[in-house]
Design a binder for this molecule. Structure first.
Ligand code: DLZ
Length: 163
């Protein structure tokens, strides 16, 4: 039972665990589909590169980022064998306060779903000022946040399995 952590300086790049045997859901928002499609490609390829088999990945779409919460809830309640869910969306700041409402609701909603099921529910949602910032983070100069979401899912699923 006793486990000791290593030095804090070792934590920044812990190895990514193998995904063999794990099952993941991916929920993708259709709004800003060119961006969320790239996030999805990154997440999917990263899961597979770390050993998650095709038939252990269940992908669904929802209309917009606001619906990611119910999408994740539906997956975890109807497919309880899933080890976690990766939620991918892109909310771009507009002229109204819509942005704030959607971002706040999704962040809180996904947190609640994860706590309810005691499973990782990953916030892979870009919240940007404009399209360029979103492109930079979905396979552009700042990498692909879909990859990062998948790595986070693998690490958290491994943590859950280890306890
Ligand atoms: C309505 C809306 C707006 C204005 N902007 C975005 C956005 O940038 N990204 C996104 O994923 N979804 C957006 N939506 C749609 C909402 O997420 C949601 O689908 C609708 O409000 C219906 O609940």
């Amino acid at each position: 039972m006793a486990t000791q952590l290593k030095n804090l300086s070792d934590f920044s790049h812990t190895t990514v665990p193998t995904g063999t045997g794990f099952k993941f859901g991916i929920v993708v928002a259709e709004w800003n589909a060119a961006i969320t499609g790239s996030l999805y490609e990154g997440a999917l390829n990263t899961l597979k590169a770390h050993g998650v088999s095709d038939d252990h990945i269940l992908s669904v779409t929802v209309p917009g980022s606001f619906e990611l919460t119910v999408g994740a809830e539906l997956l975890l309640s109807k497919q309880p064998e899933l080890d976690g869910v990766i939620c991918l969306g892109c909310v771009i700041q507009g002229e109204t306060r819509h942005f704030d409402f959607i971002c706040d609701a999704v962040a809180q909603g996904l947190t609640n779903v994860g706590i309810k099921h005691s499973k990782p529910v990953i916030f892979g949602v870009l919240t940007t000022d404009n399209q360029e910032q979103a492109l930079d983070r979905s396979g552009g100069k700042h990498g692909n946040k879909g990859d990062e979401a998948a790595i986070t899912a693998l690490k958290m699923a491994e943590l859950a399995a280890s306890l």
